[in-house]
Design a protein around this ligand. Sequence first.
Ligand code: G3I
Ligand code: 9MR
Ligand code: ZN
Length: 565
Amino acid sequence: MRSTLLLLLLGMSPPVIHAGLSIVAVDQAGYTTAARKVAILAAPADSFRVIHAATRLTVFHGAPRGAATPDPATGLELWKADFSTLRTPGEYVLFTSTGDSSQHFMISDSVYHPVFRASLKAFYYQRCGTSLSPAHAGPFGRKDPCHLTDGIFHSTVPDDSIGRNVTGGWHDAGDYGKYVVNAGVTMGTLLAAYEWFPGKFASDALNIPESGNGIPDLVDEARYELLWFLTMQDANGGVFFKVTHENFEGFVRPEADGGARHIYPISSTATANFTAVMARAARVFSPIDSAFAARCLDAAVKGWRFLVKNPSIVPAGGFRNPPGTVTGEYGDRNDSDERLWASAELFLASGDAGAHRYYTDHYASGGIVTSTMTWSDLGALAHLAYLRGNRPGISTRVQQEIRRSLIVYCQSLLQLHDLSGFGSALELQDYIWGSNSQVLNNAVLLIIGGEEGGSPAFLPAALDQLHHVLGTNAHGQSFVTGIGAKRTMHPHHRPSGSDGIVEPVPGLISGGPNRNVKQDPALASRFSSATPPALCYIDDEASYASNEIAINWNAPLVFVAGYFH
Ligand code: G3I
Ligand code: 9MR
Ligand code: ZN
């Protein structure tokens, strides 16, 4: 709301939405020297030139290749300008013979370093229950801690009328709520990145309060969330669903957001996500802080016991908001994928035979890797954990089956990628709320598929997913705040909308195109069900269904940018 006001005051018109005309879309963070480099043009041109930004010298000259048919996701006719053989580091612009030009971009082997750093640092900015000092947060800091009474006095949990201290953790998204279910997939992804590729995620210099303590900042940042997780577990091992107001708060500073925040009842999806995360955390922390690792494992074991004792979904039918509450529901009527994930992680952390049996009894029901992970579908994370795990007693036969299934699934992603004008491995129906996270989670699968001996085309296709969210898309926009010349400027993010600073908090990724345009009024006023799905996006703070940010969307960005940096 703040940014719209600014524009009005300056007498400027609101941002024009890109109909896809005359765009020259590039990855605005840039390209590593050896990588494939392809700009996408939405208008025909006989030739294109890449120009060195400073010297204005033409360093590459080529002819675009046209697509035979319009791109289904955008309805656009598209052309590819391939300049892969340009490998000299520098800053460039691409011009077409018709006079269109790209945003500036870099070629260098460190282009994803800022993306990785910013996307991980973004979690620090999401911290709740603390102040953010100017030394670490610059202009995006706050003197006073927020939400210090979370859960202490108010509770919707029966028999828990005195409440409990559930301060800390990260704000979920553009709102200030804290939801265990969504934090589950987030933490699973972040800790997986570290567990599988520790060398790539070892930076201890992101300028968070813990930087320089000898522990990778990713692990320190994860611990901040884990400490909150621990507060959310009841004595019976079950885990409370969320901590929020009854209604979404206004666009106010976090520290100005007073009033009651409630703890909502225990759910089995929350408990299973918690169990999986705690088990993985136990493994990650074991060489770093064995006492903390033991605490995590103990919590995971209690969580698993609760699940074993309650074999059907809790509450019956899945968690629903009680009357009067409208905050995020993360509605999920099926907790079997969460249970599967918990079983795999607990077995890998402790060797628990019951958990192992649960995994091996259930892993193949309905196929193995059949979907990409989301907050509601943890199947892929369960299988990847088992595949990448090692523990005495692990079944190499099951691992081999998972590997084969993953590679088949990645082949289907590769096909989607090849059919897509802008290289995203999405089907038309995948352009839903948070679609950019689907793009990046597909990249995570392609990375692991590539690492596990799949096609040599998997890794370049994974990198194309990163290019897609960093600018090679129908909006010619980097969806990551602070990255790229034309980038998300008006995310649905309360801290960014209430700090009086033009630049939003950096390192956050927009949800992205959402074909269900009735899901917010800003989308509905611009688009209809006839709009091609990938066009249904607007960089407007009002558009929570296409331009909010969320921790579970940032986590795969950290994974993918960190992998390629
Ligand atoms: O899965 C179905 C798919 O089968 C169907 O074809 C498609 C067509 O409508 O819908 C899919 O469901 C979507 C679901 O997300 C799947 O992820 C729903 O339409 C969509 O409404 C739902 O959106 C969720 C949104 O909350 C509203 O409930 C987002 O995933 C979720 O990320 C978002 O989370 C919010 C929290 O509630 C509150 N905090 C902010 C956060 C981010 O916006
Ligand atoms: O701001 C809320 C956002 O974080 C949620 O994802 C979204 C989910 O429905 O809801 C947003 O809140 C809006 C509410 O739903 C309707 N009134 C306007 C609110 C945005 O300011
Ligand atoms: Zn807070």
